[in-house]
Design a protein around this ligand. Sequence first.
Ligand SMILES: Nc1nc2c(ncn2[C@@H]2O[C@H](COP(=O)(O)OP(=O)(O)OP(=O)(O)O)[C@@H](O)[C@H]2O)c(=O)[nH]1
Ligand SMILES: [Mg+2]
Length: 235
Amino acid sequence: MTLVVLPTYNERDNLPVLVDALLALPDVKVLVVDDGSPDGTGAIADALARARPDRVEVMHRSGPRGLGRSYVEGLLRALETDAALICQMDADLSHDPRHLPALVAAAGQADVVIGSRYVPGGAIVNWPSRRRLLSRLANIYIRQITRLNARDCTSGYRCWRREALAAMPLDGFISDGYSFLVEMLFVAAGQGARIAEVPITFVERRLGQSKLSRAVLLESALTPWRLVARGRSTP
Ligand SMILES: Nc1nc2c(ncn2[C@@H]2O[C@H](COP(=O)(O)OP(=O)(O)OP(=O)(O)O)[C@@H](O)[C@H]2O)c(=O)[nH]1
Ligand SMILES: [Mg+2]
C-alpha cells in the first residue's frame, strides 16, 4: 500500500479534486494534515474521510502552523501504518497524481524518488520568469552548499521507502518551512539513501493562495548553512 501525506492550509477548492484523483489509483491511501485552515479545509477533509473511511484519514493540528511540523506529525503517523511506500505532495494541484505511478515504480530501485522539474522531461507551467529564476537559483545554491546531487532539491513531490523514512530522526529536525524538504534530503543522503528523480510537469496553482512568505524565504536561505554546520559537528 502507498500512503500519500497531504499537508493543507486553505485548500478547500483543491483538496476534493486531488483526493478523488488519488483514490482513482490502485492501492493508494491518503492522510490529510490540516493546520486548522480558516477556510474550512479541515471539515471538507473530514467529509472525504467519512465517505471513504478505508482510504482517507485526517489529522487536525492546532497551535502554531507550519509545513515542517505538519510533515513531521503526518510522516510519523504514516510510519505507524503498514504502508510500504510513503509519499508527500502539495495539495494545490501543482503536483499531478498522474505522475505518482512513475514515482512508485522508481522506488523499486531507490530509497527516495523526487518528482523533479529539473531533469529531462520535467517542466513548469504558468510560472513567471522571476519565480522560475528564484527556484533555479535556490537549487544551485542548495546543491553548492550541501553537496546534494539531486537537480530538484526543493520539490515537495516525493516517494519514500518506509525504511528510509523510518531511519530519519524527524523529531530532531531544525527547519520548519519549505526548507524542511531540503533537510529531509540532506539527512537521507547522509544516511546513504539512494536518491532518484523522475520528471514531472509542475503546474502553478489556479485556486487558493500561496503561503510563501519573506520569513520562509529567509529560513530557506539559511538552512543549507545550518545543515552543513550541524553535519560537521556531529560524527
Ligand atoms: N499543514 C500545513 N500545510 C501548509 C502550510 N503552508 C503550506 N502548506 C501546504 O503546503 C503545500 C505547498 O504550499 P503552497 O502555498 O502551495 O506553496 P508553494 O507551492 O511554494 O506556492 P504556490 O506556488 O503559490 O502554490 C500546499 O498543499 C499548502 O496547503 C502550513 O503551514 N501547514
Ligand atoms: Mg503550491
